[in-house]
Write a protein that binds this ligand. Structure first.
Ligand code: PMV
Length: 352
């Protein structure tokens, strides 16, 4: 029997992946780029036990047994078993016949537009790769589980190059800069709704490809935006980085609204956060915080460390909560809650 446990963090795209050119191989119509969160924040933990004594594969997600026959899980298992024993030729045949029991848990809401499929499939593939001794690039295997999962294979800033090959061999993740490169960067994840989303990203992006005219314009814009984004990260140029991040999120949600039937992932609270971030940037006289929204209403804000405390104090003013410990991983949380509201926010209604 072999047992391995691994963890994998979430990644949040600043250039979004939206739309496939090949549904089966999960080949995107545009390249994308994301930041991978710290290992200790939002993450998936997966244990894989492989044994010649198990009679079938099984999987449990957050304590409930799920259907292992799901097409995506099967694709991942097939790919892993094909490459089993890469590291040790002798064990190849025996290993690939072992059945697996998989136990996986997320420490944050699943399927709520918080990139749980990214950390989930990345962790599944990485753990299986350890058990089955698979070597080489495994981002292409993570990709066939869930596209965005391929980017969580690396830390720091990661591009997923769309590639040209029909078999998808060049559609893989590439680290643009490691986790030490931009030390001052922080990410605020604001959970405004942790319910499962109504339109899955799979269904949503398929409808967009079939019905949206705007998506055709977006695919023309993304290559240039990817180049600018990579440069802004290399130069630690926050102004350009922040503007591109917000622009790409806005464009992605415009494509969703242009889809038939229209998809609205953002809600009223999301729009209020957009307004607060825009006002914050006006108050600072430069881009100091950048929002981005995935396929859900929860804002994610990329900002430099010096802006965490002032922006959080404004956000907690407008969205107060009785729940203790709702601001997590912020060292000076007492100061955050005590700060005064700056000018420029007087006319926003406080939500209680
Ligand atoms: O990997 P999927 O199928 O969950 O798609 C993710 C799509 C977005 O989160 C909206 C964008 C992205 O690039 O992560």
């Amino acid at each position: 029997m072999i047992a391995v446990t691994c963890t994998a963090p979430v990644n949040i795209a600043v250039i979004k992946y939206w739309g496939k050119r090949d549904e089966k191989l999960i080949l995107p119509i545009n390249s994308s780029l994301s930041g991978t969160l710290n290992q200790n924040d939002m993450k998936t933990t997966t244990t894989v036990v492989a044994s010649p004594d198990f009679d079938r594969d099984r999987i449990w997600l957050n304590g409930r047994e799920e259907d292992i026959q799901s097409e995506r899980i099967q694709r991942v298992l097939d790919e892993i078993r094909k490459r089993a024993g890469d590291r040790k030729e002798a064990s190849k045949e025996k290993l690939s016949t072992y059945k697996v029991h998989i136990v996986t848990v997320n420490n944050f809401p699943t399927a709520a537009g918080l990139a749980s499929s990214a950390s989930g499939y990345c962790c599944l593939v990485y753990t299986l790769a350890q058990v089955f001794q698979v070597s080489g690039d495994i981002s292409t295997i993570a990709r066939v589980g869930s596209g965005s999962a391929c980017r969580s294979i690396y830390g720091g800033w990661v591009a997923w190059d769309m590639g040209n090959e029909i078999d998808g061999s060049d559609s893989r993740a590439r680290q643009v800069a490691d986790e030490h490169h931009w030390k001052e960067m922080r990410v605020l994840v604001l959970v405004v709704n942790d319910k499962k989303k109504e339109t899955s990203s799979t269904a949503g992006m398929q409808n967009s490809v079939e019905t949206s005219k705007l998506i055709q314009e977006r695919v023309k814009i993304v290559p240039g935006r990817m180049a600018q984004m990579e440069k802004s990260i290399a130069d630690r140029d926050y102004e350009t980085f922040g503007q591109l991040t917000m622009r790409d999120s806005d464009d992605f949600h415009a494509v969703c609204a242009d889809t038939q039937p229209p998809i609205f992932y953002m809600n009223e609270t999301s729009k209020r956060v957009v307004d607060i971030v825009k006002r914050y940037n006006r108050t600072c006289g430069k881009t100091s915080a950048a929002y981005t929204f995935d396929a859900g209403p929860n804002p994610v804000i990329y900002l430099l460390e010096e802006h965490v405390s002032p922006l959080l104090s404004i956000l907690t003013h407008f969205f107060p909560s009785d729940e203790k410990n709702y601001v997590r991983n912020v060292p000076d949380v007492e100061n955050v809650l005590k700060r005064e509201l700056p000018k420029g926010f007087e006319d926003i209604e406080k939500r209680v």
